[in-house]
Design a protein around this ligand. Structure first.
Ligand code: COA
Length: 260
């Protein structure tokens, strides 16, 4: 992996994926997108892995969006192909049974904010900023930003942010619901890892089922969505982990879940 550093934490339950292209402020090139997709696909098969923290190298940028240097060399067909691939990669990440926490350690502009929106949770450093800057570049968010942002923060706020392309700091991001937490200091990765470990203590099948119920249910009317929740519940009923959770409660000890 030339564009990512992957570290394992908490006995493999958590991985930290660091976008490793600091000289270009971790901007997304074609090669980097392909590596991200390969990591997301491989993660699905890692039984012990529960959660992934995604961050950027250095402290200037989480991800400065699409690689605009590379973009300048692309013809229209290549731009379309990149968009098509990026949209698929981010959707795979969003639908992954693993939980993704974005540790926004610096600027998250354009595709950088979109990458964080495909994650389940966002933690931002006190000095970081987010923006969907695309309209300033005479393009529009093409990595799901026009769809995921209004679903997260509402139509009015999404139009404000997308039509102005303005930058949002940590306090506003928290107030708008754009991020879940502001890390108290610059070590946002440590905070995101702690959050990922807290999540990883839950039952793995339950985590995947809860994520899928929320993700898929948001697209449905309430009656269909409640039916979907019922179906997702069926995934956890036959698991050994469910019985382990009950036994641990009875025996006043921490449960040891195996994901089965
Ligand atoms: N694609 C490719 N290279 C990028 C990049 C991008 N999206 N963003 C920054 N870089 C490169 C710069 O061109 C520069 O390269 P150079 O040293 O060869 O000149 C290097 O990263 C450092 O950039 P610089 O602007 O000097 O760093 P900074 O720390 O002062 O600011 C940002 C970082 C991210 C705030 C700023 O670079 C920026 O606003 N980038 C554009 C982000 C954007 O609008 N993305 C949306 C794309 S749709």
């Amino acid at each position: 992996m030339a564009n990512f550093r992957v570290e394992s934490r908490a006995d493999g339950a958590v991985e930290v994926w660091t976008i490793d292209a600091e000289a270009n402020r971790n901007a997304i090139s074609r090669a980097m997108r392909a590596e991200l997709e390969a990591l997301v696909v491989a993660a699905r098969e890692k039984r012990g892995l529960r959660a992934v923290v995604l961050t950027g190298a250095g402290n200037k940028a989480f991800c400065a969006g699409a690689d605009l240097k590379e973009r300048a060399t692309m013809n229209e067909e290549e731009v379309r192909a990149f968009l098509h691939d990026l949209r698929r990669t981010l959707r795979q990440l969003e639908l992954s049974p693993k939980i993704f926490v974005a540790a926004i350690n610096g600027a998250a502009f354009g595709g950088g904010t979109e990458l964080s929106l495909a994650c389940d949770l966002r933690v931002i450093a006190p000095h970081a900023e987010m923006a969907l800057t695309e309209t300033r570049l005479a393009i529009i968010p093409g990595g799901g930003g026009t769809q995921r942002l209004p679903r997260l923060v509402g139509v009015g706020v999404a139009k404000d942010l997308i039509l102005t392309g303005r930058r949002v700091g940590p306090e506003e991001a928290l107030r708008l619901g754009l991020v879940n937490r502001v890390a108290p200091d610059a070590d946002v990765v440590a905070h995101a890892v702690a959050l990922a470990e807290e999540i990883a203590a839950g039952g793995p099948v339950a985590l995947a089922a809860a994520k899928a119920a929320i993700q898929e249910g948001m697209e449905l009317g309430i009656d269909s969505a409640l039916e979907l929740e019922y179906q997702k519940y069926q995934m956890v009923i036959p698991t050994k982990d469910r019985l382990e959770g009950l036994a641990a409660f009875r025996e006043k000890r921490k449960p040891a879940y195996k994901g089965e």
